[in-house]
Design a protein around this ligand. Sequence first.
Ligand SMILES: *Cc1c(COP(=O)(O)O)cnc(C)c1O
Length: 440
Amino acid sequence: MSAATGPESTGIDAARPPDRGAVAGGAPATVDRAACAALDRADPLAPLRDAFTLPAGVVYLDGNSLGPPVAGVRERMAAAIDGAWGTGLIRSWNTAGWIDAPLRLGDKIARLIGAPPGSVAVCDSTSVNVFKLVVAALRARPDRGLIVTEGGNFPTDLYMAQGALDVLPGPRAIRYARGDAVVDAIDADTALVMLTHVDYRSGRMHDMAAVTRAAHAAGALVLWDLAHSAGAVPVDLAGAGADLAVGCTYKYLNGGPGAPAFLYVAPSIQDALAPALSGWMGHAAPFAFDPRYTPAPGIRRHLVGTPPILALVALEAALEVWDRVDMAAVRAKSVDLTELFVALVDARCAGHGLALASPRDAAVRGSQVALAHPEAYAVMQALIARGVIGDFREPDVMRFGFAPLYVRHVDVWDAVEALRDVLATRAWDTPAYRTRAAVT
Ligand SMILES: *Cc1c(COP(=O)(O)O)cnc(C)c1O
């Protein structure tokens, strides 16, 4: 890696932990488990829980990392294996809708992120899509040398941007800012502002419209990572004027482990932006077998290779659940759940060394809550042993995701009671819970 692209060049702050606030103590004495059950009975999204298969005895607060299977996905995949694949064979590329799946599924996701039809494609992984769009964006701004991002951004986004600079002509560099300071770091040399909309660790949410305006005022493009936004919070890419976006489908969208990702390119720049990877699925006429590459018009040019049909079958089943969902209702319940969690942790878990590592203001918080604790890893392992599943992120953060389609208010209550008990009894304080697994 060249010196210009190294993190050390411009003050990376990835190691700095997120902002912390005390866990307060005192709060709503009136809320108990029965009150939470009453909230569930009044919840308009409650019936959607039946659209998922969740194991008995588990409070699942990690749908922000891997959503559960939707009911019926096994049958859908079995039918695809026996029918379209096993019986239709190669004919199914034409007859079973396979060849159009990346854009058909893209249109379903588009509705959830405020994107017009024909602006989203499902393909590759989020990491690969970051690389593709960073390269495309920098080539569209050849006279500018800077990517502005956050040092605390999800590492794969940073790694991909660093690697993209290595294959592009220099001199170019990455400027790492923090939080609201990102806007001040944008200047006349900025080609691209690359941010994750909802921070993977703290859940802090950027003002997409304001940052996009600031970038455009300086002549830069903006790339939003929606990994923790799609299906979690309302997103209005078109309203914000965003240029580019990527995101995961295996988190809140429930597409399955390693399900293909999505990418968005604003219609106004689609035909001006050359694709970074010139694969045949992005060719204007893949089956012309022309030896020269000509990009397809529109979003299709960002497809690269043959789409993973079985994974797309599972994802399509998951997205059909989202067809029935209004994102405003999702946001309302998400705020209810995270506010309840924070209030109950304040009221019931004070005095055990917890700190709130997410914004206290729900308006700038996504659908997750981070709690810091010196023994966060062991505490999370003790919780998982009790069936309350969240995860751990370096350096000291327990992450709890609240997916509004299937998490109930009583789950929030039960999770906080388990946390209180684990802390009060020091159940976490055993070597077995300190042994790090490969995936945390
Ligand atoms: C989960 C996540 C990714 C994951 O990328 P993959 O290529 O799917 O492994 C990327 N960016 C962010 C912000 C994430 O939270």
